[in-house]
Write a protein that binds this ligand. Structure first.
Ligand SMILES: Cc1cc2nc3c(=O)[nH]c(=O)nc-3n(C[C@H](O)[C@H](O)[C@H](O)COP(=O)(O)OP(=O)(O)OC[C@H]3O[C@@H](n4cnc5c(N)ncnc54)[C@H](O)[C@@H]3O)c2cc1C
Length: 463
């Protein structure tokens, strides 16, 4: 069987054989929510052709996914709607069922010859796959699609910083840019028996779900889906890429890819993006910086969550950071804000307020403002642990790309993870500080406030 997939991406999660009496190969789609450049799907198609059967793609949608709300579910369903169309074009049947993802996989897996799944790195995502591998009666094969370099190939341990993983990733990533290809599915599977939920009226569907409805969808700013992801990226390449390096720290501009939310939901493959850039753009600073972000920084986040059991806890920060923050935990905070004041963007700092409003109203924020935003929460909270909890909470509540490996790694970065010690200061100790004066020196924060005012419809003078 050849689907042009690097063997390092493929892992048998149990030792059970394929089940002879099954009627299809089940691709249990959970992380990689797309119908192309999806290694797990291509593997499933190639396997089905070999076993002379069809492919059923199943997705389990639960109401109580950790920290998810109406904003996240809307984007997810917009993506699944496009994935379904793409899968039907490829003659696969797509079934969405409400329920715990592992239980939906096991239910649909009862009639499967073999179950193929994609890979997630967070605790619960790993636990679901372990459960399916243990309880299913047939073979379960995991195919890693959403990291360029498979996580264990990149490194066998938790890395200290970008500088320690960079060489490992850069040295091998070109060998993992293969476009997977399972061929044409021989058995038209669109009429397979299992049925699921129609994805038609997404707002009505979300409304019916027993979820947190307090955070509104942001479809007027960002809509989910594989075709939309490709269109947004195409626009980035044509209109913004040439300024990517120059504007990395210029949040008043729009010269970024806006890919993080699509990557989070698996609407686009990171290897596809890298391959696309390599084919479309010459080797220059823009290309190198983009590879640095998408490959090195993003996969450092994956490495962090994969090798750190408690990636979402303050007490897994490096010892030096915990020590220095503890030494300064009683330093006076002036000003100090409550979580409610922060969440309502009611601080004395218009630039910070603008960042908070951008995230609340659009679900996105430029990387440079994310750094500033997180650092001020540390400065204005009663103690470092409370600051960490608040930052993670707001990050995961409002960002479309929240609840990602990158969320946990980057919130931890605010508190010293993947960084080194700097000159000692009040509150921060040796943890890196960012000040408003630096913001004014390095970018154009007033223009950023105006940009947020345009995006949110809030008067700039009110921010
Ligand atoms: C406090 C804080 C919180 C953050 N929370 C999240 C989060 O919840 N989810 C999330 O995906 N990213 C998070 N980031 C990382 C980064 O800010 C976003 O990935 C990036 O801004 C997304 O915008 P973009 O896709 O337009 O980025 P681009 O500049 O176009 O970069 C392309 C891709 O590279 C990756 N990337 C870029 N910058 C970083 C970075 N600093 N670290 C890791 N990967 C990066 C992303 O996958 C991004 O989509 C956070 C950063 C900070 C400082």
């Amino acid at each position: 069987m050849d689907a042009n997939i690097a063997p390092e991406r493929i892992k048998h999660l149990n030792q059970k054989p394929a089940y002879d009496n099954g009627t299809y190969v089940l691709y249990w789609m959970q992380q990689s929510q797309r119908s192309y450049w999806n290694h797990a799907l291509e593997y499933a198609i190639a396997k089905a052709n070999e076993l002379d059967c069809g492919v059923l793609v199943g997705f389990g949608l639960m109401d109580d996914y950790p920290e998810a709300n109406a904003r996240h579910y809307t984007f997810l369903l917009e993506g699944l709607q496009q994935a379904q169309e793409g899968l039907e074009d490829r003659k696969c049947k797509f079934v969405l069922r409400f329920g715990h993802p592992a239980e939906v996989a096991l239910e649909l897996g009862q009639s499967a010859k073999c179950i193929v799944c994609d890979r997630g790195y967070l605790r619960h995502q790993r636990a679901w796959r372990d459960r399916v591998a243990e309880e299913a009666d047939c073979q379960v094969v995991q195919v890693e699609c959403d990291a360029v370099v498979p996580v264990e190939e990149a490194s066998d341990k938790q890395e200290y910083a970008a500088r320690t993983i960079r060489k490992k990733l850069m040295g091998q990533y070109e060998g993992f840019l293969e476009k997977p290809d399972g061929g044409t599915l021989q058995k038209d599977s669109r009429f397979l028996q299992p049925t699921g939920q129609d994805i038609e009226d997404i707002p009505a569907m979300v409304k019916r779900m027993d979820i947190d409805h307090s955070v509104a969808p942001v479809s007027e700013h960002f809509q989910g889906g594989e075709q939309r992801a490709a269109a947004v990226f195409e626009r980035f390449l044509q209109q913004h890429f040439s300024d990517y390096s120059a504007h990395r720290n210029q949040p008043q501009t729009d010269d970024v890819s806006y890919m993080s939310m699509y990557l989070h939901f698996g609407h686009i493959a990171p290897a596809h993006l890298l391959q696309w850039v390599r084919q479309a753009k010459p080797k220059d600073d823009n290309r190198e910086d983009f590879v640095e972000e998408l490959l090195v920084r993003r996969e450092l986040g994956i490495n962090f969550c994969y090798y750190t059991e408690d990636y979402d806890r303050f007490d897994t920060l490096p010892g030096w950071a915990q020590e220095t923050l503890a030494e300064h935990s009683k330093d006076e905070r002036d000003p100090a804000y409550t979580l409610e004041e922060l969440e309502h963007a009611q601080t004395h700092d218009p630039y910070w307020n603008a960042a908070m409003l951008e995230m609340k109203h659009t679900g996105y924020m430029h990387n440079y403002m994310r750094m500033y935003w997180g650092k001020q929460i540390l400065a204005w909270s009663p103690d470092p642990k409370t600051a960490y909890d608040r930052t993670l909470h707001l990050n995961n509540k409002y960002f479309l790309d929240g609840r990602d490996c990158n969320s946990f790694a980057n919130v931890s970065w605010v508190f010293g993870q993947h960084d080194r010690g700097w000159t000692e200061r009040p509150i921060f100790g040796k943890v890196r500080i960012m000040k408003q004066s630096g913001l004014k020196r390095k970018m154009k924060p007033d223009q950023y406030v105006e940009k947020v005012a345009r995006l949110t419809g809030i008067d700039a003078t009110e921010i």
